[in-house]
Write a protein that binds this ligand. Structure first.
Ligand code: SF4
Length: 196
């Protein structure tokens, strides 16, 4: 040890060696990733799905029907929309007076040839993609008025129909079943198949 030194060089080397050995002893295993909790968090909060599935889910969960109630089936539709049956559970409670804000036509009533151009115009002005439920015997085939010169023998003569709900009139349960059938149909749509 030289004059003026508190510790000799050998003591300093030994102290440094001890520190290094202590560090080596503490460092035998890798330190766990501090962000590991993120993995569990992501698993709990991220739902992987396809674009088709999410689009179809959004479409069928928010269909807005346009006003098209030319005859007595309309009352069953109104009952379906009221609180006991309540179509708001499907996001459908907003009955649109403007076809531009609607994507579903529920044809609740007899259609005459005189009214047919107006109904077709309403359908043509609806937003794409759009769907039609033919509600009741008159909507499907003209019903008991089929042989009349003035009655359209089914809405499918002027617009494409997706789901047919038979009855004269169909009860609200039947219309709800028809709506569920349409939901199933929409769930199978694909943007790849139709470019929508
Ligand atoms: S199906 Fe029956 S209830 Fe419905 S519009 Fe025709 S006649 Fe009226």
């Amino acid at each position: 040890m030289e004059v003026g030194e508190v510790y000799s060089r050998q003591q300093l080397d030994e102290a440094e060696g001890e520190q290094i050995e202590a560090l080596k002893a503490r460092s035998q295993q890798p330190i766990p990733d501090p962000d590991q909790w993120l993995e569990g968090e992501l698993k709990r909060n991220i739902l992987l799905t396809s674009v088709d599935a999410i689009l179809d889910w959004a479409r069928r969960s928010s269909m807005w029907p346009v006003v098209c109630f030319p005859a007595c089936c309309a009352f069953e539709f109104i009952t379906t929309a009221a609180s006991r049956f309540d179509i708001s559970r499907f996001g459908m409670e907003i009955i649109r007076a403007s076809p531009r804000q609607a994507d579903l036509m529920i044809t609740a009533g007899t259609l005459t040839w005189k009214m047919a151009p107006q109904v077709k115009r309403i359908y043509d002005q609806m937003a794409e993609p759009k769907w039609v439920i033919a509600m009741g015997a008159c909507a499907i085939s003209g019903g008991i008025f089929r042989s009349s010169y003035s009655v359209v023998p089914g809405y499918n003569r002027i617009i494409p129909v997706d789901v047919y709900v038979p009855g004269c009139p169909p009860r609200p349960e039947a219309l709800l079943y028809g709506i569920r059938m349409l939901h199933r149909k929409i769930a199978k749509m694909s943007i790849a198949a139709k470019g929508e």
